[in-house]
Design a protein around this ligand. Sequence first.
Ligand code: DI6
Ligand code: FE
Length: 409
Amino acid sequence: MGGPNGKSGLRLWRNARLATMADGAAGVGIVDKGAIAARDGLIVYAGPEADMPASAGQGAETVDCQGRWITPGLIDCHTHLVYAGNRANEFEMRLAGATYEEVARAGGGIVSSVRSLRAASEDELVAQTLPRLDALMAEGVTTVEIKSGYGLDADNEKKSLRAARRLANERPVTIRTTCLAAHALPPEGKGDKDAFIDLVAGTILPEVAAEKLADAVDGFCEGIAFSPEQMARVFDKAKALGLPVKLHADQLSNLHGAALAARYGALSADHLEYTDEAGAAAMAKAGTVAGILPGAYYFIRETKKPPVDLFRRHGVKMAVATDSNPGTSPLTSLLLTMNMAATLFGMTVDECLAGVTREAARALGLLGQTGTLEAGKSADLAIWDIERPAELVYRMGFNPLHARIWRGQ
Ligand code: DI6
Ligand code: FE
């Protein structure tokens, strides 16, 4: 035995049941009497304990999992986790009969979160976001994507992205940041969306890229936000800056956002309630992942469901994420999100589990590093007190996490 975490950095989890989620494995890739060995935070072996090469476990600090299940650490690939304040007041207005649009006209909506975020310091943003991040991590989440989009000017967009990056110093978790400057027109935009897109492409994105604050660029393509032509200008700039793109597409109407995202080789197109067959076919061809977000559908009581069957038929990969945000999805449970994806959209248990592991990693361009239990990947693990993987999707509001491992620790 080495010392804590082994002098050699070797760790071994044995006597476990694995859901490896490996691409191409049947179902969730079950290994009944499994073991995982890691060296310096990377998996060196994941598979049947009986087949493990002796060298993989020699001298390792060993954990007997007593038959517990191990899945890859969960990945929330679409969140707006960094914001200030909340919008519980708007929730009450909507309960009293107001629509999302009426609330926005009364000075609420995204713009109210913009006011709050601009008034908050970077330290305050970090402090206000940590409890939400902790809630996700308490359920075995090891990677979180976080978007800006409540700053809507260069300084405040950069402040949000810096706050998001700082969370990775505060907690053992992988953070990926996305610049969503093209989220809404800020109050000072005075109705001129094209001029704001000039600002996004001409100033905000170049400054964000120069300071390496974002791993990707996102936008909100919708009647109440930006047109496909405006989004294309944002994407052209992102490509020129070497940043991958993704899109909030077809959430409230079909502007053919899915096809637009596919044309730009987007990592993912998300929401997709109104996506048509041509959109699904284009996404399949481009390898663009569908981001399924049942939290927003539930919270704003949408009735149009994303065409999960079309995605299956065309072979579009599906990720599942919380879309955690103060306006349409104040949700910080990826386990409950899986339950919603199954109950509301008819996704299978295997699809839900893949959606918060392998496919979420793919949606972030991180499939080479995490998202499955395979040699060469980061030892990001969730160890569960369950009898079968379906329990992770079946429960509502119960957390069976036993332990969470990030990069072998
Ligand atoms: N789609 C959404 O549902 C959220 N953003 C987006 O692009 C709404 C965010 C909010 O209301 O604060
Ligand atoms: Fe979103």
